[in-house]
Design a protein around this ligand. Structure first.
Ligand code: HEM
Length: 409
């Protein structure tokens, strides 16, 4: 592939991240590039270039390739913005490690997130969803679905799993938000990261003194006290788990509800046929692709993909929102279709770093959507769709989602 073909008239490379033309679809540039150059060079904010992967097969090939690294400390690792560099450069959790360290550290926590183990949590998640949605229903319309429901269920589920008093969720929610917000400065991101690490360290110490039957206590007993993991490594993992399980799922709940309200025929079918929810959840994960402009990698050896040679040391960006809209993998990709076979989507990425928490995310999404539209079948947007602001940064996100419903006397 001749990379000069994607340069504009002035000979400049496309800049990344690219703006969306509409909030509900990835940038049109992804489809244009994919048709001619599914792996192509783009320009980053810091003057460096990186390879942008817009094809589905090409993204899977990169993400499964042992010649690419996730280490944020690698000199060639590409960051999408200065704030992302500030947020991630010091990352020590296994998301930023390569094999064999990655596997050793991930294994410390895999048993808590297996499909079977997560399924035993169903009554807990259902209880949390019933409580949260019941309170919202009792408060009466209109409500902000983001604050009242979407943020609540994942945060309270994490609190349950980790033995955290529910009132502490506001602290880690706000710090996490500061780390992920589009308008945060690098200094604010660094401060929020330090506070989250401090919180995770305090949580580990608290569980040493007052153990319970939550995951953090078990990790302290089985891993820290046996010398299987160093304290600062465990703290980094706890910090990462607190964050990873929270903003992603919350935004997926809110954006999924918004898409369902924008597709009322499909929503009506789901209300009549709740057995369709698991398939609909996969399609919503694909269509929304909440983890939208990453993950990123850096080549540690030369590799060929999508007709180009990526040289050792060069950065790679695989926006999952691009791969999930590739017509070669998903015919008519810009149409939401709850009957589609979508389970091969890459909304949770692919390869060794594929999302550890996906069984939990799937459980929460299924339970929340089903419960919400069963308890409040007349749920509707309280404002016009064009008044709803979908923010595009590391994650697609909604600041608020005003919804309403008819109250029957
Ligand atoms: C990794 C997406 C929910 C924990 C990832 C990755 C993606 C992702 C794309 C791969 C990052 C990479 O390759 O560098 C999502 C989405 C979610 C979600 C879309 C919700 C809809 C969760 C939950 C948890 C979780 C509920 C657990 C509490 C993790 C962890 C990793 C990860 C620990 C790192 C895995 C590794 O590096 O081996 N997630 N996630 N995620 N996710 Fe999730």
């Amino acid at each position: 592939m001749d990379v000069t073909s994607v340069r504009d008239e002035a000979g400049s490379l496309p800049r990344f991240p690219m703006p969306r033309e509409t909030p509900f679809h990835p940038p049109a540039a992804y489809a244009r590039l994919r048709s001619t150059a599914p792996v192509t060079l783009v320009q980053l904010w810091d003057g460096r270039t990186a390879w942008l992967v817009t094809g589905y097969e090409e993204a899977r090939a990169v993400l499964a390739d042992p010649r690419v690294s996730s280490r944020r400390q690698h000199a060639g690792y590409p960051f999408a913005t200065p704030a992302r560099a500030a947020a991630e450069r010091g990352e020590r959790a296994f998301i930023s490690q390569d094999p064999p360290d990655h596997g050793r550290l991930r294994k410390l926590v895999t048993k808590y997130f297996t499909v079977r183990r997560i399924e035993t949590l169903r009554p807990v998640v259902q209880g949390i969803a019933d409580d949260v949605i019941g309170r919202a229903a009792a408060a009466g319309p209109p409500i902000d679905l983001v604050r009242e429901v979407a943020l609540e269920v994942p945060a309270r589920t994490i609190c349950h799993l980790f033995g955290i008093p529910p009132e502490e969720r506001f602290f880690f929610q706000s710090r996490d938000h500061a780390r992920n917000a589009l308008d945060s400065t690098p200094a604010e991101v660094e401060a929020a990261t330090a506070e989250m690490l401090g919180y995770a360290a305090e949580l580990v110490a608290r569980k040493e003194h007052t153990p319970d039957d939550g995951i953090v206590s078990e990790l302290v007993r089985d891993q820290l006290h046996t010398g299987a993991v160093e304290r600062d490594q465990l703290v980094a993992i706890v910090r990462h788990l607190l964050a990873a399980g929270h903003d992603t799922t919350a935004n997926m709940i809110a954006l999924g509800v918004l898409e369902l309200l924008r597709h009322p025929d499909q929503l009506d079918e789901l209300k009549r046929r709740p057995d369709l929810w698991p398939n609909a959840v996969e399609e919503l994960l694909r269509y929304v692709s909440v983890f939208q402009i990453s993950p990123n990698r850096v080549a540690t050896e030369d590799l060929e993909v999508g007709g180009v040679v990526i040289a050792a040391g060069e950065g790679i960006i695989t926006p999952l929102a691009a791969a999930n809209r590739d017509a070669r993998a998903f015919p008519d990709p810009d149409t939401l279709d709850i009957h589609r076979e979508a389970r091969h989507h890459v909304a949770f990425a692919y390869g060794v770093h594929q999302c550890l928490g996906q069984p939990l995310a799937r459980l929460e999404l299924n339970v929340v959507y089903e419960t919400l539209f069963r308890r409040l079948p007349g749920l509707a947007l309280a404002v016009d769709t064009d008044r709803i602001v979908v923010r595009q940064y590391l994650l697609s996100s909604l600041g608020e989602l005003p919804v309403t419903w008819q109250v029957t006397p």
